[in-house]
Structure formats: C-alpha cells, structure tokens
Design a protein around this ligand. Structure first.
Ligand code: HEM
Length: 122
C-alpha cells in the first residue's frame, strides 16, 4: 500500500477546482459544456478517491479518528454535489450555496490530507 493510489484523485481534485473557477468565470446561465466538464471531473475524482480510500481501509489497521476524517471528507463531497446542483437549478438565493461550495473543498482536502498523514506516518 503506498501513496501513489492517491495521485490520480489528487490531480482530478486540482482539475475540479480549476474547472470550477472556469464555470464561475463563464457567468450565468452557466456554460453547459464547462459545467458538464466540471461535474464529470468531480465525479471521476469521487470514484477514484473512493477506490483509494477503500483500499487503505482494507489493508490497514485504522484508528477511529481516520474513519472520522474520511466521513468528514464524504460529507464535504456530498455538500459539493448538493450545492453545485442547487446553484445550477438557480431556484434559491445562490450566495449561501456558493459560500458552502467554496469552503467545502478546503474541508475535503484538509480531512483527506490529515487522514493520509495518520495512516502513512511511521
Ligand atoms: C466535488 C468536488 C467539487 C469541487 C472541489 C468544486 C470546486 C469548485 C470551485 C473551487 C468553484 C469556483 C467557486 C468560486 O467562484 O470561487 C466551483 C464552482 C462551481 N461548481 Fe463546483 N466543485 C465540485 C463539484 C461540483 C459539482 C458536482 C457541481 C454540480 C452538480 C458543481 C457546480 C459548480 C457551479 C455551478 C459553480 C459555479 C459557481 C458560481 O456561480 O460562481 N461543482 N466549484
């Protein structure tokens, strides 16, 4: 078990962030192509990150705090998908959703980095 399993999700995470700024820059109504790209990259990142995390959980003696950090990461992803969908539906005042959508990536990156650190230190 090594850290390289997290390389692809990490690269996709950076691409998700970059494409997110691209969506924001394209203005409202969102550019469908850019928006779809952002969603698909986010979905790919979620799938590959889940595979990497499941692999870690399978082969390692896990401390409860690591599980807690992965749960926090999962909740951040849920929040990102939910607020992303709400912003695109444009039904409710967008600012609160945008704020959550801007904060959640930090929570996601922070919790996963901390979990990986705890699993791989020694
Ligand atoms: C799961 C990982 C995701 C991450 C890390 C992420 C990150 C970001 C970032 C950094 C921005 C730029 C925000 C800004 O203007 O400062 C953004 C914008 C946006 N994202 Fe995401 N996003 C994710 C998933 C999604 C999903 C799944 C959707 C759609 C269902 C979505 C919809 C949007 C929309 C509509 C905007 C434009 C917001 C605006 O009007 O400024 N995002 N995203």
């Amino acid at each position: 078990m090594n850290l390289t399993k997290f390389t692809l999700p990490a690269v996709l995470f950076l691409l998700t962030i970059s494409s997110g700024f691209w969506v924001a820059k394209s203005g409202k109504p969102y550019n469908t192509a850019v928006f779809t790209l952002h969603k698909l990259i986010a979905l790919g990142m979620t799938i590959f990150a889940t595979i990497a995390v499941v692999n870690v959980l399978k082969v390692t003696q896990i401390q409860p705090v690591v599980i807690l950090l992965f749960v926090l990461a999962g909740l951040s992803i849920l929040a990102l998908f939910a607020t992303g969908a709400l912003m695109s539906a444009q039904k409710l005042a967008g600012n609160a959703w945008l704020l959550i959508h801007r904060v959640a990536p930090f929570l996601l990156a922070g919790s996963v980095t901390a979990a990986i650190f705890l699993v791989f230190k020694k």
